[in-house]
Design a protein around this ligand. Sequence first.
Ligand code: SF4
Length: 370
Amino acid sequence: MTTHSVGIGSVKPNELWAYERAPMIIYWELTNACGLSCRHCRATAQPEAAPGELSTTQAIAVLDDIVGFATDGEALPHLVMTGGDPLKRPDLAELVAAAQARGIGVSLAPAVTPLLTREKLFWMKEIGIQAISLSLDASNAEYHDGIRMVPGTFDATLVALDHAAEAGLAVQVNTLVTEATAPDLPAVYDVLSQHKLMQWSLFFLISIGRGSELVELTPGEAEKWLMWAASINRESPFRVKTTEAMHYRRLVSAPLLRAGKSWTEIEAGPMSRGFGIRDGNGIVFISNLGDVCPSGFLPTVVGNVKDASLVELYRNTELMRSLRDPEQFKGRCGICEYRNWCGGSRARAFAWTGDPLESDPLCPYQPKPV
Ligand code: SF4
């Protein structure tokens, strides 16, 4: 990768951005079966599994394929098994064991339903699940349960959070950020501060799937809440990150650069993990039917694991290659000095314009051409 003069520093080649070889994270929607029917569900989940989901044999073949991302002893991608509700897969334990036998680390994103018992969380720890994620979209039951469409989910989520901590599982909590939910974020933070978690991820809504019924923040409001997130991140007992709001990295790094920190120092700092990651660049998504997309929120299919190699689809399809090349980005993202660290949400660009290489409409930044 070339060195980019950025006006406030110089971006140099870095292993963090070497995503041409392999993604850092593979999100694998094992099933779209789920006991919830959340208002913003990307997977448009349903009570029973859809016909055509990958069989156990097909899923294990995918794991064999994933090993091909690292033929010279490099790090393998981490696998996040999601859904729907991955606990609805009867072969979940078999797939986790098969992944681990191949050296692939696994995390799980279960839905909070009666399936997620204390025993199940201890079982997850026992079988080697590295981390789990749970969703909490509000500071109170009325609003959270209204989004999740099942009464009692708010209380059950907090109980699951404590049971997971008791079991020794690392937990990430995901919170949906929309026009309606954003003012509640400080109260959600207060609730979470009373529990033990590793990381809080603020997911900035993209209007796709059932989420198209909800309203995204304006760019000005998004900037305000990202600055708030950056401010609490400095003192929070857990790490605060964002999903599909990559320009958080601009807000985090700009004051450090102004204070004289070098890019190298920032890259090595605690907030740098994931700099450069975005849809198709460090991330890839496999649907319950085997379709491969740059991310779960950028639903353009580049192929299917039933008849193609995930390694090939990730490395060599035209869309995936273009998403890893900021020189091809258009508009503000195309000339922005932060395009390597940030690059904007390619998924939101696609949702709003139909072109995944366009500017991220949630970012108000006006870059100086370089
Ligand atoms: S203009 Fe694009 S690349 Fe620059 S900070 Fe905003 S989203 Fe990121």
